[in-house]
Design a protein around this ligand. Structure first.
Ligand code: SF4
Length: 500
């Protein structure tokens, strides 16, 4: 499973390397710097994403052990030293499989999900152990060409190093039991160079030999340092607050003397715009415009958009529960002649998923002359998966997406916002829309749903909260669509376009 919460946190003046360092380095190198050196009081609460990831990992571990009938000796421990001692005892005794063992060397510590005994000479006798990890996702980065996930390979390599210290033999292979309960072998020699390079980069960060600073990106929203890093970025007016402007581009701009969003925005009125390595003139124009929008605090429609005139507009949003992989709510705000009503097709239990699906399509079958709006491709992808699970009227299904507009695509292609995130929550906020919940989110709703299905009568209010949240997502889309329409009309009236 994910090593984020599991590997023991070292408490030593010389940082001891754990698998968490590798995992976090691949997410964001600055995160390992903050985890190690920043004041823990500055950390945010665990995000809903992190909570779900953890719960999903735990559920998958239990399910995998049961599904595959894996019998393993579990290491029980209260202190790391005690657990490492017990693991070594079980290894020496030749246990076939060891669950949640603890391994250590002078500079590293780790807890592989499973250790599997194989034949071969080692300090333990005529056997040694290889690491086996339980992952809820796929073992492949790209299954079509057989590319394995680098982060899993690096984690297994890390455990191989620890095993070498404990048993005197470094395993050359490791395995992952993935979300589909497939055991996928990793040849660790193939990843040796990447592994060594990443260890040395981590070493440089932990040894403070390399400069580390935040780089605001899509990952920050799910990171426990989000407030700290975003606060820093705002304070120094950091360039990575600009959407799609990453650390490499920031370095290029800094190299050319542009260090802040204000300085970049000032290029909009400059007659002498310099060039920056690795940033094309067109890209630079976009960044300058985005910087100016950030400074103005107001969104900008770059070119007009058009929407069809229909009798019924549907603003559609689904809610899913990622642990069980079920879609539990199809929400629609229907707008006819300016009047709105909300319909939520809700599965009161995971077993009711099919019932909610059928009711939703029954409702759609009664509509004509409609156009559907959604935000992001997620709805389309999920509904396509569901249509395979529960066949529905093919014509109706195709019609639903033919008569649709992904508002996120419109936003992404034709607008600029004074925000790093273009999520519907952020975008609608700039248009004055307010959600009832202070921090709304699909993952939060999924956690409410899990609590609701566990005890529907005690948690009936959570169902209401989910429906309210879903309705508000649909209403936020209405606010956005109306703004796009209004601004488009304004541009047409004025006959002016923002130049690309
Ligand atoms: S908030 Fe963003 S920049 Fe900061 S540590 Fe997390 S991922 Fe990195």
């Amino acid at each position: 499973m994910s090593p984020t919460r599991k590997s023991p946190k070292p408490k030593s003046p010389t940082p001891i390397l754990t698998a968490t360092h590798i995992y976090n380095f691949l997410i964001c190198p600055h995160r390992i710097y903050l985890d190690e050196f920043a004041d823990p009081k500055l950390m945010d609460e665990e995000s809903d994403f992190e909570k779900l990831l953890w719960e999903r990992g735990m559920l998958h571990e239990e399910a995998a052990l049961e599904e595959l009938g894996l019998k393993a000796a579990t290491v029980e421990w209260t202190t790391f030293e005690e657990g490492a001692k017990e693991t070594l005892r079980l290894m020496k005794a030749g246990e076939k499989m060891i669950y949640q063992g603890l391994l250590s060397s002078p500079h590293m510590r780790g807890s592989p999900d499973l250790l599997k005994r194989v034949r071969g000479k080692s300090r333990l006798g005529s056997h040694y152990y290889v690491p086996l990890e339980l992952k809820s996702g796929s073992a492949y980065e790209n299954e079509d060409n057989g590319t394995l996930k680098l982060r899993y390979a690096l984690q297994l390599s890390f455990y191989a190093d620890l095993l070498e210290h404990v048993q005197g033999v470094r395993p050359t292979e490791g395995s992952v039991i993935d979300g589909d309960f497939r055991t996928v072998e990793f040849d660790l020699e193939d990843f040796r160079d990447d592994y060594k390079e990443i260890l040395s980069e981590i070493g440089a960060i932990l040894g403070k030999k390399t400069r580390s600073e935040p780089e605001i990106c899509g990952t920050c929203g799910g990171c426990h340092w989000r407030s700290h890093c975003i606060g820093w970025a705002k304070q120094v007016d950091d360039l990575t607050l600009i959407r799609y402007l990453n650390g490499t581009k920031r370095d290029a701009l800094r190299g050319g003397g542009i260090r802040t969003i204000a300085e970049l925005a000032a290029l909009e009125t400059s007659n002498d715009v310099p060039s920056f390595e690795g940033i094309s003139a067109g890209k630079l124009r976009h960044f300058v415009r985005r910087a100016a929008v950030m400074k103005s605090g107001k969104p900008l429609l770059v070119r007009p958009v058009e929407f069809p005139a229909v009798a019924v507009e549907l603003f559609f949003d689904i809610e899913t529960e990622p642990l069980e992989g079920i879609c539990y709510l199809y929400g629609v705000v229907e707008r006819r002649r300016g009047k709105q009503r909300y319909l939520g097709f809700f599965a009161d239990s995971p077993e009711d998923e099919k019932k909610a699906w059928k009711e939703f399509w029954k409702y759609l079958s009664g509509l004509s002359d409609y156009h559907m709006y959604h935000y992001s491709s997620y709805e389309k992808t999920e509904l396509a998966k569901l249509a395979e699970k529960y066949p529905c009227n093919k014509r109706l299904f195709e019609e639903f997406f033919e008569n649709s507009t992904d508002l996120y695509r419109q936003v992404d292609r034709h607008t600029e916002w004074p925000s790093h995130s273009y999520s519907i929550k952020w975008v609608s906020k700039f248009l004055g829309f307010r959600y009832s919940d202070a921090e709304p989110g699909g993952l939060k709703a999924a956690r409410w749903y899990m609590a609701y299905v566990a005890d529907p009568s005690a948690n009936a209010t959570l169902k209401e909260k989910i429906l309210e949240y879903n309705k508000e997502d649909c209403e936020a889309m209405i606010v956005l669509k109306d703004w796009l329409e209004k601004e488009s009309a304004k541009i047409r009236r004025q006959g002016k376009l923002v130049l690309e």
